[in-house]
Write a protein that binds this ligand. Structure first.
Ligand code: NAI
Length: 302
């Protein structure tokens, strides 16, 4: 854990009111979990249609959760859903809602400039005690935070997809994140029912720094003709006990996402062979074969 200069504003903020910016896959998932665990959540996106869809998705997911969790207590289940939904409000104007937030968590498009512009603007509007955090998978938290004047109250909270199912949160401290901020983020993760790990602000933090080079080496292994896709997947599932083989996993994550992250890292670290390009991956992405979501990646899907 990094100890930066301490915030003069507030110590150990207990996070109750959360603004989540970006109501896509990740933001909606985080909103669902935060609302289910008693936080008041404002979900922000660029237009009402996206927000409506996000809330509908949350409601559908909650119904599925309740079916399992409250199988023999349908009334308690209904109450759980209503309580969680009451905790969620929506807005298309982040500036007006951050005034009441203990935490502003961003899960918008993976673009440094857009994230910087967002946080730079909100920094002037949010109260002094408000902690800012990004759910970025591949951008340095330090670079995103640099557009603000609250470097001590800025960290990373990296969730995994699908958020309600995946147990892990990576909590990231930059060299300027204060101990108080870091502790608040750890406590928040715990309140969400997640297990957290402490990470430094290095490319890919822990999980993706190991996962993406693994996937890239798997693709290169296949390109060299050292094994078939099917055999490599079977080998890693049965030999390592992994629930998915690496080609299945790459198709699930999206080959465009894998390539996008690797491109960013190889540009920033051109001499590191671990981040080198793969011709096959470039070709598949150029052909629009992005994995499960487009019906074809390394495998074909019905
Ligand atoms: P997504 O494309 O599903 O959702 C992004 C949402 O942000 C969209 O609804 C979009 O309308 C909204 N948005 C874009 N710019 C905005 C702005 N300026 N203000 C308000 N809303 C804005 O993307 P996804 O997959 O949810 O990813 C979001 C972030 O989470 C990215 O930074 C990504 O790297 C990170 N992440 C993604 C994971 C994944 O498996 N998809 C896993 C962990 C992190």
């Amino acid at each position: 854990v990094c100890r930066g200069f301490s915030s003069s504003a507030v110590r150990n903020v207990v996070i109750k009111h959360v603004t989540i910016i970006g109501g896509g896959q990740m933001g909606a998932g985080i909103a669902q979990v935060a609302a289910s665990t008693g936080h008041s959540v404002t979900l922000v996106d660029t237009n009402e249609d996206i927000l409506k869809k996000a809330v509908k998705g949350i409601e559908g997911n909650l119904k599925r959760v309740v079916k399992k969790k409250f199988a023999d207590k349908p009334e308690a289940g209904e109450e759980f859903i209503q309580k969680a939904l009451q905790n969620v409000s929506t807005s298309t104007d982040a500036g007006s809602v951050v005034r009441d937030s203990d935490l502003v968590l961003e899960a918008i498009v993976e673009n440094l400039k857009i994230k910087q512009d967002l946080f730079g603007g909100l920094d002037k509007l949010a109260p002094a005690h408000t902690i800012f955090a990004s759910n970025t998978s591949s951008l340095p938290i330090t670079d995103i935070a640099s557009s603000t004047n609250r470097l001590d109250r800025f960290g990373g909270l990296h969730f995994f997809n699908p958020v309600p199912v995946m147990k892990l949160v990576e909590v990231i401290a930059t060299s300027a994140t204060s101990q108080e901020t870091f502790d608040s983020l750890l406590n928040f993760s715990k309140k969400l029912g997640k297990t957290s790990v402490s990470c430094k602000d290095t490319p890919g933090f822990i999980v993706n720094r190991l996962l993406l080079p693994y996937i890239m080496e798997v693709i290169r292994m296949y390109e060299r003709g050292d094994g078939s896709k099917e055999d490599i997947d079977i080998a890693m599932k049965l030999g390592c006990g992994y629930p998915m083989g690496p080609f299945e996993l790459a198709d699930y994550v999206g080959l465009d996402t894998v390539k996008f992250i690797m491109d960013g890292w190889s540009a920033a670290n051109p001499d590191n062979p671990v981040f080198a390009q793969s011709e096959l991956l470039t070709k598949l992405v150029a052909e629009g074969k992005l994995g499960k979501k487009t019906g074809e990646g390394f495998y074909k899907y019905k």
